[in-house]
Ligand binder design. Structure first.
Ligand SMILES: [Zn+2]
Length: 288
């Protein structure tokens, strides 16, 4: 099973089809359906195919795809997750809508840009020490590619210029945007970049913030959806396969004990390092 299949299985479109939610209409990345909680028939429930969330404006029920499936099947989120990835998925709508609204570059192109970008950055001593204290070795930090996020505006603009000079476009790469003078720049927060890998490619960057963000998380996406010429990061689920077993492990009859679910990317890398024979999945905003 490829990672894409897993994303499709866990997508809100697959959940909608599995639950047989009646589609009222759709617009861009939003599908309006009959709400399974209050049964309002006017399409009060909005499914967002970009971030896999749902909300009903009539009864206020909201959450994410896995939770929607779990609540309707009266099972736990973890059970829902396992059922969804075991079963075949039905997501033709998803493919259609994502072509229309998604101007994100392909994984190959994102990998090229993020690699050169990370190469231009360094890991400062404060972050290095922080990672060492968390149990990573210096070798780990290099192998995984942790980097400190620059926050000086001139430095950031100069880095973007270098990427462009090397022949890469920043349009369609989450995290990058153009400022009022149309210079390319990127979103920055004081913290550490963590590469998110899919099929050996860096497909997005996760930010581990130095300070907690809005009291409940220190982990956010490198995304520029609300900026000029910016791009939204997908809500990726990261799967770090055990080194020898690779991809087919997840296709077999899964043993729940072999799946460890963690909420933070740094933690995912850390646990992966300790349990090489197990699967670590990083899921966003799913309360397992
Ligand atoms: Zn409702």
């Amino acid at each position: 099973m490829k990672n894409n299949d897993i994303y499709n299985c866990l997508s809100i479109v697959n959940v909608k089809n599995k639950l047989g939610l009646q589609e009222i209409h759709s617009l861009g990345n939003i599908i309006y359906v009959r709400c399974p909680f209050c049964n309002s028939t006017n399409g009060a429930m909005k499914l967002n195919t970009l971030n896999n969330s749902y909300i009903c404006k009539d009864c206020g029920e909201s959450g994410y795809a896995i939770g929607l499936y779990a609540k309707n099947k009266y099972i736990t989120n973890k059970e829902a997750y396992i059922r969804l990835i075991k079963d075949s998925c039905e997501v033709e709508d998803n493919i259609r809508t994502s072509i229309v609204i998604n101007n994100k570059k392909s994984n190959e192109e994102l990998d090229d840009v993020y690699r050169i970008f990370l190469n231009l950055l360094t890991l400062n001593d404060i972050h290095k020490n922080k990672l060492l204290k968390l149990g990573f070795t210096l070798e780990d930090t290099k192998r995984i590619g942790f980097k400190s996020i620059p926050t000086n505006e001139n430095t950031k603009i100069a880095i973007c210029k270098k990427i462009i000079k090397n022949g890469y476009e920043l349009c369609g790469v989450p995290g990058f945007f153009q400022d009022q003078r149309l210079r390319w720049n990127f979103v920055s927060h004081s913290g550490i970049f963590i590469p998110v890998i899919d099929n050996c490619k860096i497909v997005s960057l996760r930010i581990h913030l130095d300070k907690m963000y809005s009291t409940d998380t220190s982990d956010i996406w490198f995304s520029s959806n609300n900026k000029y010429n910016g791009t939204k990061a997908s809500n990726n689920i990261m799967i770090l396969y055990p080194e020898k077993e690779k991809i087919h492990l997840i296709k077999d009859n899964r043993n729940v004990n072999n799946i460890i679910i963690v909420s933070e990317m740094l933690l995912a890398y850390k646990i992966h390092k300790q349990y090489r024979d197990k699967i670590v999945i990083r899921s966003t905003k799913c309360n397992f």
